[in-house]
Design a protein around this ligand. Structure first.
Ligand SMILES: Nc1ncnc2c1ncn2[C@@H]1O[C@H](COP(=O)(O)OP(=O)(O)OP(=O)(O)O)[C@@H](O)[C@H]1O
Ligand SMILES: [Mg+2]
Length: 205
């Protein structure tokens, strides 16, 4: 059985049909690439999978169990995380706090242990690129590193399925290799890429 399935997803923005009856299946341990021209609906599909966007039609399921569409909370509870194409970092907060921003409450009534969060953020960031200063403010990061923090934020949620909606041109080849290593850790990754060659080498598409 597929891990994540989307069936017949249709999403309109006013008169624009961003997704027209789109279906996909993601299997356990798989990297799935979505290829398409600018404006073809890659980000919209990623945000639908992550519950950030409610489609007019279609269904989502994880492990064969239907997921409430348009509910980020339900998607996250089911183990789905998204690294957005346009990172929304808090510029004045240190890098490590950005990694755990929005994940401060672990369980009902329990809050994140700051020391262990800083240590864990450092580990996640180092797995993407060595040599981070986790205390540096996010505002000091270039666009490529902001994108890596966005990916670390998704990994910090320890998802079962992660949508990485990002452009390789922003991250660079050396860093991309690191991410491919991460992608083979047994989790599931659906990656949205702009460079066809990179997708062909690393993902089913
Ligand atoms: N919030 C929005 N309001 C109105 N139209 C939107 C909105 N978001 C996306 N669209 C439109 O929906 C279509 C799909 O956009 P989307 O951003 O999903 O494409 P994409 O494949 O991710 O593009 P890119 O390669 O530029 O990232 C485009 O025509 C876009 O203009
Ligand atoms: Mg996009």
């Amino acid at each position: 059985m597929s891990l994540l399935t989307a069936q017949g997803i249709t999403k309109r923005y006013g008169g624009v049909i961003a997704l027209d009856d789109v279906s996909l299946e993601l299997n356990a341990g798989e990297v799935l690439g979505l290829l398409g021209a600018n404006g073809s609906g890659k980000s919209t599909l990623s945000s639908v999978l992550a519950g950030d966007n409610r489609p007019e039609r279609g269904t989502l399921a994880l492990d064969g169990v239907e997921l409430a569409a348009g509910s980020p909370r339900a998607a996250r509870a089911a183990g789905i995380a998204i690294a957005h194409q346009h990172p929304g970092l808090a510029p004045d907060l240190p890098v490590w706090e950005n990694v755990f921003l929005g994940a401060e409450v672990c369980k009902a009534g329990r809050f994140l242990d700051q020391a262990s969060a800083r240590r864990r953020a450092g580990e996640l960031l180092s797995s993407l690129r060595p040599g981070w200063d986790p205390d540096a403010p996010a505002t000091s990061l270039n666009a490529a590193d902001q994108q890596l923090v966005e990916i670390a934020k998704a990994l910090a949620l320890e998802p079962r399925s992660r949508q990485s909606d990002t452009r390789d041109s922003r991250i660079g080849r050396a860093r991309y290799r690191d991410r491919v290593h991460l992608a083979s850790d047994g989790g599931n990754r659906s990656a949205v890429r702009s460079r066809a060659g990179v997708v062909q080498r690393t993902a089913r598409w």
